[in-house]
Design a protein around this ligand. Structure first.
Ligand code: GLU
Length: 474
């Protein structure tokens, strides 16, 4: 059975890079009828925050990414918070020490850094020279006496590592050029990322590790460490980086690319997921618009690209718009309503009117955050963008005549606007723009907006009458 995991560190909000890793793992598990594990890597006590953990969980759920094992879900391989697994790591360290595969190293961090700096100066690969391996008992005693606390380092004894990467193909590493013996337990006794990740991937039976390319240089270390602890290393696949629209690395300049921010902007979770799935993967045949279900069925690692992908907010908007159009009108309205209510945009509006009017916008928005501005006129005290249309003689005449007609009209919604217009036209001089603009201004306060044929019945005759009354008094 395929077992994959998403292993975020709760040191900030879930962002584009992370959530893509989560999504690819999740989709891979779903497409293979495997299991998806959420493991929280919170051993960095200073930077990990419970509120980020909570946000992470909430944002993943919002996206529709559900874990089979992990916090709140439970599972047979827990606990799933690394901070609750410290005793387990300790056990493995003791075994590595006993087997001579790791050692207590009394070299200070400054000395280790200095050894790398020297190597660089002498044009050697900038790696630690393992000097602590060979300290005499006397040297160790004197260092202990100076209060130096040891780290525990893993002995790199087999530096040639070949990785059969699921995305990049064969990658050869020579650790002699990269790292010396590396730290698995810090001087303060805390496990490093390398140790925790390997113990957990091993014990949790992870079969495939799909993660960002930024971890590629860690992978040979992980392979050695896993083997030394008696585990079969999983298969690895490294996802190429996501760049900005100009090919530059994703940076602050592009704005906030956290899932929080995407939620705030009012993307559909599956619109966002569809877009993110295309950052490095494609189903082929130029297909781009995919439902959540199709993503789960079609995803495959074979179709993940080696090259970097480009984050393009316009394409995200377009794709989300396509998903909006595909919703049933009631679902569109319900989702839009939730978004507006949570954002506090509906305080001065009648909920039933809002629900009725919302589907009118289904064809002309790409994100829900474009709605508050468009529906401002649903408040009774909306302002007029251009009073000129109401103040002109022709405009006044249109509004007054509307007030005469409206009480007489049949309420049936079918063809309501056409009936209204046909009754109004013969009563006024205005034609074309001069006829239609006063109506639009009186009813919506704007020169442009949704089709009146759809809007007018949603507003209803009574409300229309009130609005024309207000218009004649400006
Ligand atoms: N906690 C690591 C990170 O957030 C994950 C490492 C991994 O996937 O192996 O980058």
């Amino acid at each position: 059975m395929i077992r994959v995991r998403f292993a975020p560190s709760p040191t900030g909000y879930l962002h584009l890079g992370n959530v893509r890793t989560a999504l690819f793992n999740y989709l891979f598990a779903k497409s293979q009828a495997g299991r998806f594990i959420l493991r929280v890597e919170d051993t960095d006590l200073e930077r990990s925050k419970p509120e980020f953990r909570a946000a992470l969980i909430e944002d993943l759920r919002w996206m529709g990414i559900q874990w089979d094992e992990g916090p709140e879900a439970g599972g047979a391989y827990g606990p799933y918070l690394q901070s609750e697994r410290l005793a387990i790591y300790k056990g493995y360290v003791e075994r590595l020490l006993a087997a001579g595969k790791a050692y207590a190293c009394y070299v200070t961090e400054e000395e280790a850094e200095e050894s790398k700096r020297l190597a660089r100066l002498e044009k050697r690969p900038p790696r630690f020279d393992n000097r602590g391996r060979h300290f005499t008992a006397q040297e160790i005693e004197s260092r202990k006496a100076r209060g130096i606390k040891p780290t525990i380092r893993f002995k790199v004894e087999d530096p040639q590592v070949v990785l059969h990467d699921l995305v990049r193909g064969e990658v050869h590493f020579n650790l002699d050029d990269m790292v010396g013996d590396f730290v698995i337990v810090r001087a303060d006794g805390s496990p490093t990322f390398h140790l925790a990740v390997c113990v957990d991937d091993g014990l949790m039976g992870v079969t495939h590790v799909i993660r960002g390319e930024d971890h590629l240089s860690n992978t040979p270390k992980h392979i050695l460490l896993l083997k030394a602890m008696g585990f079969t290393p999983p298969q690895y696949g490294h996802l190429a980086l996501i760049h900005g629209p100009g090919g530059e690395p994703l940076s602050k300049r592009l704005g906030d690319v956290s899932v929080r921010e995407f939620r705030r902007k009012g993307y559909l979770p599956f619109g966002l997921a569809n877009y993110i799935a295309l950052l490095g993967w494609s189903p082929g045949e130029n297909r781009e618009i995919l439902s959540w279900k199709e993503l789960q069925e079609l995803f495959s690692l074979e179709r993940v690209n080696k090259g970097p992908s480009i984050y393009d907010p316009h394409k995200l908007d377009w794709l989300n718009g396509e998903h909006l159009r595909r919703l049933a009108p009631e679902e569109f309205a319900a989702r839009a309503f939730d978004f507006l209510q949570q954002g506090g945009f509906l305080q001065t509006m009648e909920p039933s009117l809002v629900m009725k009017v919302l589907p009118v916008f289904q064809d002309n928005i790409e994100r829900f955050d474009q709605l508050p501005d468009k529906i401002g006129f649903l408040s009774e005290d909306f302002g007029y963008e251009n009073r000129g249309w109401l103040e002109s003689d022709e405009g006044r005449e249109v509004c007054r005549a509307a007030l005469e007609i409206l009480p007489e009209m049949e309420v049936a919604e079918d063809g309501l606007y056409d009936r209204f217009v046909n009754a109004l036209k013969p009563k006024v001089r205005a034609k074309g723009k001069n006829f239609f603009m006063p109506i639009r201004m009186a009813l919506t306060g704007r020169e442009h907006g949704p089709e009146m044929k759809r809007l007018f019945p949603a507003l209803g005759l009574n409300r229309a009458e009130l609005r024309f009354k207000r218009a004649v008094s400006v």
